[in-house]
Design a protein around this ligand. Structure first.
Ligand SMILES: CN1CCN(c2cc(NC3CC3)nc(N)n2)CC1
Length: 152
């Protein structure tokens, strides 16, 4: 199997989290954190900062990696190794881009029905301040065949 290294950034402000409505491409129509591919020569942190700036114009110098999730799609040899980072220290106002429409959500009102299916398992751990490692085996976009999730 080959791996694609991705980042996923969840910005917090008090009891709110910032999500973006993905406007095109992979995962379009779902609310998600901000992120993308890690380019050659980039660290995970540099990639996460870059994607946050590109996708909603927020700047953060205090992103911390709190989770690592392996996503596998049945029949697809590429494993998506997704590094989940978070911070509640940032500069700027979230701004809509071609990729994402940002919106603050209360942690009591996270739109899981409009998010990737695995999010309802690991996002609560991030909100609780846990560190976690997970593996999700998807069949298509709407079915999880198997998952493991542990706090570390
Ligand atoms: C660059 N992006 C980062 C976010 N990412 C995913 C994936 C995902 N589930 C996987 C079955 C697809 N779940 C969330 N929340 N994000 C896809 C790639």
């Amino acid at each position: 199997t080959s791996r694609k290294v991705l980042t996923l950034v969840i910005i917090r402000k008090g009891s709110d989290i910032l999500l973006g409505m993905k406007k095109r491409g992979f995962g379009a129509g779902k609310w998600n954190g901000f992120g993308g591919k890690v380019e050659p020569g980039e660290t995970i942190l540099e990639a996460a900062k870059r994607e946050l700036q590109e996708e909603c114009h927020l700047r953060s110098d205090s992103l911390r990696e709190v989770g690592l999730i392996e996503f596998e799609f049945k029949g697809d040899p590429v494993l998506e190794e997704t590094h989940v980072l978070t911070s509640d220290v940032f500069e700027g106002e979230p701004k809509e881009t071609e990729e994402m429409r940002p919106q603050w959500f209360s942690i009591d009102n996270i739109p899981y029905h409009q998010m990737w299916l695995g999010d309802k398992y690991w996002l609560p751990l991030l909100i609780q301040g846990e560190q976690f490692k997970g593996y999700f085996l998807f069949e298509g976009e709407e079915k999880i065949l198997n998952y493991e999730l542990k706090t570390s």
